[in-house]
Design a protein around this ligand. Structure first.
Ligand code: ZN
Length: 257
């Protein structure tokens, strides 16, 4: 089942990957079309690479068609396929770019320190996973570093990218976390890990954060706007009701494919 949204102006929001939590950790990767610009918000982990290519191809999209990749933050499950989109600008917060540059440039023995410096709270298994992936997928990370070198456009503030679409700074999970807001009477938030899941949204207790008060404030900013959230690791849900979105909810459709 896939979820997609389209309005009369031809705007499209389509999670190519729907996020999942543990044990099948998978981050949302979302195709967006606004003002004829094709955008990917996050691009999954290496394990998702073929799925992303296949699903885009099923809708007639080639990775080279993508104009802009927005990386919500620098965690591996959101960024490893960035080099697929070889004609895209890559928008990332300056803090995340600096974190990645430090991490990729660090000796293996120093990685833990780099990761802990950037996160007030991060589970040990996640630190180990990040470090292990840098070793196991060294060539991927070399490509990623080259791609960031080629295409990264660091930003620091909220940035409008189309008539009714804006990149919004949503710090907390990491210092430079970004979300994309598609503005409508019911906005759609592509929230990365500013909102990881419906459960964590209800509890207001994130497992990973750089700054807890910032994380709570970013959630509140999203909550105040209403609409629908596409979380980093869960299915889309409605902000006001706190329920997963149902077919035709506010024009949002589930399509069986
Ligand atoms: Zn994350």
């Amino acid at each position: 089942m896939s979820w997609s949204w389209r309005d009369n102006a031809g705007r499209v929001v389509w999670p190519v990957l729907i996020g999942e939590g543990f044990p099948h950790l998978q981050a949302a990767a979302v195709f967006v079309q606004v003002d004829a610009r094709k955008i990917m918000v996050d691009c999954g982990a290496l394990e998702n690479r073929e799925t992303i290519k296949t699903r885009l191809a099923q809708r007639g999209v080639h990775p080279s068609d993508i104009d802009l990749v927005l990386l919500t933050h620098g965690h591996f499950d959101h960024i490893e396929n960035v080099d697929l989109f070889d004609h895209a600008q890559v928008v990332i917060h300056r803090h995340e770019l600096e974190f990645l540059e430090r991490l990729l440039g660090a000796r293996p023995a120093s990685r833990r320190e780099v990761i802990h410096q950037y996160h007030a709270m991060i589970p040990e298994f996640y630190v180990r996973t990040i470090s292990r992936r840098l070793d196991q997928h060294a060539s991927t990370y070399q490509r990623l570093a080259r791609e960031l070198n080629r295409a990264a456009q660091p930003i620091e503030d909220d940035t409008r990218i189309a008539d009714r679409a804006a990149i919004i700074t949503t710090p907390g999970h990491t210092r430079g976390h970004l979300s994309l807001c598609i503005e409508d009477c019911q906005p759609i938030w592509i929230a990365g890990d500013a909102v990881t899941s419906l459960q964590s949204w209800r509890r207001e207790s994130p497992e990973i954060y750089a700054d807890l008060p910032d994380s709570i404030e970013s959630s509140r900013r999203i909550r105040r706007s209403g609409g629908v959230v596409i979380p980093g690791h869960d299915r889309p849900f409605d902000i006001q009701s706190g329920q997963l979105v149902a077919p035709d909810h506010h024009g949002v459709r589930f399509n069986h494919e």
